[in-house]
Structure formats: structure tokens, C-alpha cells
Design a protein. Structure first.
Length: 416
């Protein structure tokens, strides 16, 4: 075994420093800026401008464009993760994809800045999802490559905090830049600049050319199926993440309508902003602390279980305590639970990866559990609200789904 191979594929034991964690977190946040500046503000503005010539409403056009991008995202993350696993470049396995993905994402954002119709808008957004998922897959795979198991909670916490800040910064740039085109340019610049400290200052681990598996399309495609029978811990961990994220997506999907039609709030748009701010503050307060605590006690499952239970209780409160104060309390408790879940569940996922060689691909498959609920939630929520009891029934179902996810964590055997 060569030294390069040992460094790249062995389980890491040397703790990473604060500089490495900060640089990787900044890169992660920069990617989320590139995603959420468009998602929160810019795509909606373009849909409003382009819809009159399409025969669709602005809501339908936006749903069509973002839905196409979601499909690209579901496929791109595991594919680029697998490609980075097999990369033998001098700059390492992950860095080339971080560079190419962020640069490609910036170019795609500039394409959106110059879009003059719905087809260019859709193409640009699909390219953003394609390229930034390449960078994101490499960033997340760098954690199990470099971070020892008992440091992954705190690193996952800082990555989660950077993700939240990326959403805020992206929204701010899109709002304050001075127009849709300028907003896209600002997000593009931040996306590139934000990855530079990691790319320029930190050496990636290299995979020796002779250690890359022989290439064939059959083996490459077959590798995306991770048998729950062969890897039961990974299967249960994936299902847990999917269910808790689905519960959270169901909570957020119709929040505006819940405030307007269920609570009869005088200003539902402002209400959503207030609830989002409350949720974000409590999430930020716990996302790093939860990871640090988990690392110190050397356990993951209790944190994931109780954060899932806490989120389920808060979701049920939206159904049983249908008042504005109840909604504020629920938003705060959801933030506490989801903050702990974000950091500790990420660490748990890296602990159940089957092989070092396929870390990027396996994390990409796991990340499908983040994106798929965004597709499944509308299909599940619409009939519940319309035919099966309205918003109270929706939030009770969401609470039950989240509680099921928390309970199933107990089926994972290889992690404490």
C-alpha cells in the first residue's frame, strides 16, 4: 500500500484544525448562496416577468422550473460524488470538483442573469443545480476523508451553520444588489470567492492511479444501489433522514396558507418572516452546540432520536394549539430540534459509510434523502389538506412521520 493510498482511504485519526473547518464551512456556505439567492427571490422575479408570454401563471412557471432543477439535483449529487471517488488528479479527489462545480455554477448564474425567456431560465437553473451539486458532493465527502469520527459532530455543526448563513446571505444579495441581473452576478461572485480559501490553502488527499477501480458503465451504475440487506445501518440511517426531512418539508410547504386560512393572521407574509427568523435563531443556537456535545460524549443516536421527538412534538403543537403564540413556540422548538439533528445526523451518516473508496458516491445517495422530500411533500400534502382534514390533519401526519423517523434510529446497530 502506498503512502498516498493510505492517506486517502484510511480512516482519519489526525484532528483537523479550525482553519480547515472554517475554510470548508465557507465553501459550503458559498454553494448555498448560489442556490438560495435564486430560490428565495430571483427565480420568482423572473417567473413573474416571463409568465405572461407562456400561457402559464407565474406560480406554475416557477414550479415547472424548480421541479426540473430538483430532478437534476437528485441525479447529480450521487453521480458527481462517485466521479470524485475515482478522481486521481494531482490536486486530489475532491478539490477539482469543488473548483469546476463552483466555477460552472457561477457561469450558470450569469446565464440566468441574461435570460430573456422561460427556456433560458429553465436551462440556466438546471445547470446551476448540475454544477453546484458537483461542488457540494465534493465538499461533504471531504469530511469523512479528513475528519476523525469523534470530531465529525462539531464539523457537521459548523457546516450546518454555514448552510443557514448561506441562505441568509444569498437572500440578502438577491434583495439588495439592485435588480434581478445584479442579484445573480452578486451570488455568482460570492460562490467563486467563497471556495477559494479552501482550494488555495488546504491540500486535498490524493488517490493513487493504480488504486482506482477498473471502469465499466455496468459497475458504475450498479454501485448506486446500496442494498439495505448488505448495509442495514446505512439503510436505516437513510430512511431516518428521509422521514424527518419529509416531516419538516410538510411543515414548511403550506405555512403561509396555514397562517392565512387556519390562524387568520392579519399579515401572513410577515408572519412567515417572523416564524422563519425565530426558527433560524434557535437553529443557529443549537446546530454547533449539538455537534460538540455529541462528540464529547461519543454518542450519536440519542441526539438524533430526541431531536426527532422534539420536532414531532412541535409539529403536533401546530395542529393542537392553533394560535399565533402557539406557532411562535412551535417554530422555536422546531429550530432547536432541527439544529441538533442537522449536525449530529450528518456525523452519524459519515459513521455508517460502507467503504472509504466510495465515500463521495455513498454520501451522494444519502443526500437524496434531503432532496426527495421536497418532491414528495407536495404530492402528499395536497390531498391531505383538500380531502382529509385540512391543516390540522396535515401537521398530525407530519408529526407521525417525524416520530417514525426518530424511532427507527434505534435500528442502527453499528453506531452508539
Amino acid at each position: 500500500m502506498t503512502t498516498v493510498r493510505a492517506a486517502a482511504l484510511a480512516e482519519p485519526v489526525e484532528p483537523v484544525g479550525r482553519g480547515w473547518t472554517a475554510a470548508l464551512s465557507l465553501a459550503n456556505g458559498a454553494i448555498w448562496v448560489g442556490w438560495f439567492g435564486p430560490l428565495q427571490i430571483l427565480l420568482a422575479s423572473q417567473a413573474k416577468d416571463f409568465a405572461p408570454g407562456t400561457g402559464m401563471s407565474k406560480e406554475a412557471l416557477l414550479a415547472w422550473v424548480t421541479g426540473a432543477g430538483a430532478v437534476v439535483s437528485l441525479l447529480a449529487n450521487p453521480v458527481f460524488g462517485a466521479l470524485s471517488d475515482r478522481t486521481t488528479a494531482r490536486r486530489g479527489r475532491r478539490t477539482p470538483w469543488i473548483v469546476a462545480g463552483s466555477a460552472g455554477g457561477a457561469l450558470a448564474l450569469l446565464l440566468l442573469a441574461g435570460a430573456r425567456g422561460p427556456w433560458t431560465m429553465a436551462l440556466g437553473w438546471c445547470l446551476v443545480q448540475l454544477t453546484l451539486n458537483a461542488a457540494f458532493a465534493a465538499v461533504t465527502a471531504a469530511v469523512p476523508d479528513r475528519v476523525p469520527r469523534l470530531q465529525r459532530g462539531v464539523v457537521g455543526g459548523w457546516l450546518g451553520a454555514a448552510q443557514i448563513l448561506g441562505v441568509v446571505v444569498g437572500t440578502g444579495l438577491a434583495t439588495l444588489a439592485g435588480g434581478t441581473g445584479a442579484g445573480y452576478v452578486a451570488c455568482a461572485v460570492f460562490t467563486v470567492v467563497g471556495v477559494l480559501p479552501y482550494v488555495l490553502r488546504h491540500q486535498d488527499l490524493r488517490l493513487a492511479p493504480g488504486d482506482r477501480p477498473a471502469w465499466s458503465w455496468r459497475s458504475f451504475l450498479a454501485g448506486f444501489w446500496l442494498s439495505p440487506r448488505r448495509h442495514p445501518d446505512l439503510g436505516w440511517a437513510w430512511l431516518t433522514r428521509f422521514l424527518i426531512n419529509l416531516s419538516n418539508s410538510l411543515v414548511l410547504l403550506y405555512l403561509l396558507y396555514y397562517l392565512r386560512d387556519g390562524l387568520h393572521h392579519a399579515d401572513p407574509e410577515q408572519g412567515v418572516l417572523i416564524l422563519t427568523a425565530v426558527n433560524g435563531l434557535t437553529l443557529m443556537a443549537t446546530v454547533v452546540c449539538g455537534g460538540i456535545w455529541s462528540d464529547r460524549v461519543g454518542r450519536r443516536k440519542p441526539f438524533v432520536v430526541w431531536s426527532g421527538v422534539l420536532m414531532a412534538v412541535a409539529t403536533a403543537a401546530l395542529a393542537g394549539w392553533e394560535t399565533w403564540p402557539g406557532a411562535i413556540v412551535a417554530a422555536a422548538v422546531l429550530g432547536v430540534g432541527f439544529g441538533v439533528f442537522t449536525s449530529v445526523d450528518f456525523a452519524l451518516m459519515t459513521d455508517v459509510l460502507p467503504t472509504a473508496l466510495d465515500r463521495g458516491k455513498d454520501l451522494g445517495v444519502i443526500n437524496v434523502a434531503n432532496a426527495l422530500p421536497q418532491v414528495a411533500a407536495p404530492a402528499l400534502a395536497a390531498p391531505i389538506v383538500t380531502y382529509l382534514g385540512g391543516y390540522r390533519a396535515l401537521y398530525l401526519v407530519a408529526a407521525a412521520i417525524g416520530l417514525a423517523g426518530a424511532v427507527l434510529v434505534g435500528r442502527i446497530r453499528g453506531v452508539d
